[in-house]
Design a protein around this ligand. Structure first.
Ligand code: ADP
Length: 401
């Protein structure tokens, strides 16, 4: 097998899969050139209104299962018109995003039966994500029989968080049972922190990466390693998100159960799906909230103030913990696109050496993403995340090694 030789591989087709419960996102890369050959998704799998899209090709038809979706993809890849592959064996590796790796997985991992069993054991920690990720793996094994299947875990980057930052102050027996901070969005935090270090031209850096999408988390990255992060045992903690509350006082949960008679399921739904910006401003889409603030909506203004405030609290927290800060990085849907959020977050942080350039903040792309003010001691960077590329790179590295 060519990829086990010591010689460097000049071209390797790597398929990246991110499977959700009813969706499958994919990208086919030519590595190490990082060229994207195909990009697309199947969504609403299992429903009558499913859609499949690959590059410019799009079809609306029922897609019953993930296997049907991957079969549509292979048909597209093998189609003479598209000239992408002649045989599925050309795809030498499939890199899978797996959300939860628990304490077990700290790096990219070649998937074996044993690894799949461990991913199953972790279902209880990520009941919404890991089962869907495993479905993706098992389907890819059936369709791309010759390819190595590799798992890249969203929690792995955070396994470097030192014990004083990942342990909760609760009885030891729970720690022994795996109750600790795991953190999420690791693939994104790792990708943008590495890109930031390239811009700073050093690796001995103190960074805060802000992944602000529908879910949101901030990570303190010291010397290229995750040092602390805002999400914890699960993904509800930390920043205010689209529909998740972020940090709340635990006693609220007991009060809701004991005094207001909500069930556990109802409380889960409230905190996961009905809270955050949706609760504060009526929408989890930040574009709606920005429009409402522009129209003088007080609720929306308060929501944005609270949203930015939660981020500022962690900037202070992480800067203190790292005893300094070299760069603040904005990424994901909101971080990359919302001028207003970036401005609010950076406002009145000159005490930390954070000063934004308002003009550059309008069009970060015109300034290679560097929106720092002239006197800012901390670099403020807007770096588009690319989790698929990070998965492809890590998969490629593992195949090379
Ligand atoms: P996900 O976590 O689902 O991957 P994304 O990273 O795509 O989320 O981010 C989704 C969020 O980004 C939404 O709140 C959306 O409103 C916001 N967003 C996308 N484009 C813009 C924009 N141009 N301006 C402000 N917010 C935006």
């Amino acid at each position: 097998m060519p990829y086990f030789c010591n010689t460097k591989i000049s071209h390797m087709k790597i398929l990246v899969l991110n499977s959700g419960s009813s969706s499958l996102k994919f990208q086919l890369f030519d590595m190490p050139q990082t060229k994207v050959l195909v990009k697309g998704l199947a969504e609403r799998i299992g429903e009558a209104t499913s859609r499949f899209k690959a590059n410019d090709y799009e079809v609306n038809q029922p897609i019953g299962t993930h296997k049907d979706a991957l079969q549509l993809l292979t048909t597209y890849l093998l189609d003479d018109k598209n000239q992408i592959i002649k045989d599925t064996s050309e795809i030498v590796a499939v890199g899978h995003r797996v959300v939860h790796g628990g304490n077990t997985f700290v790096q990219p991992t070649l998937i074996t039966e044993e690894v799949k069993d461990k991913i199953k054991e972790l279902f209880s920690l990520a009941p919404l994500h890991n089962p869907a990720n495993l479905t993706g793996i098992e389907t890819a094994e059936e369709i791309f029989k010759d390819a190595k299947q590799i798992a890249i875990f969203d929690t792995a980057f955070h396994q470097s968080i030192p014990v004083e930052n990942h342990k909760y102050a609760i009885p030891e027996t729970f720690y022994e049972k795996g109750i600790r901070k795991y953190g999420f969005h690791g693939i994104s935090h790792q990708y943008v922190s590495r890109e930031a270090n390239k811009i700073l031209e050093r690796t001995d850096t103190k960074l805060i990466t802000l992944h602000l999408g529908n879910g949101a988390s901030a990570t303190a990255v010291r010397n290229g390693k995750s040092f602390d992060t805002t999400m914890g045992f699960g993904p509800m903690n930390g920043l205010i998100m689209g529909t998740r509350s972020g940090d709340i006082d635990q006693s609220i949960i007991f009060y809701l159960m004991d005094k207001l008679n909500y069930t556990l399921d109802e409380i889960q739904t409230i905190l996961n799906k009905q809270s955050g910006m949706k609760a504060l401003a009526g929408s989890n889409d930040l574009r709606d909230i920005e429009t409402a603030t522009d129209n003088g909506d007080n609720q929306a203004q308060l929501a944005l103030k609270m949203y930015a405030g939660a981020i500022k609290k962690y900037i202070g927290n992480f800067t203190a913990q790292m005893n300094g800060l070299d760069a603040l990085i904005f990424t994901a849907g909101i971080g990359e696109n919302s001028q207003k959020v970036r401005e609010l977050v950076c406002k009145n942080l000159d005490v930390f050496g954070i000063e934004i350039d308002k003009k550059k903040n309008k069009n970060p792309k015109d300034y290679q993403g560097d929106i720092s003010g002239q006197d800012s001691k901390v670099k403020i960077l807007v770096i588009p995340t690319n989790e698929e590329l990070e998965i492809a790179k890590q998969t490629f590295d593992l195949m090379q090694s």
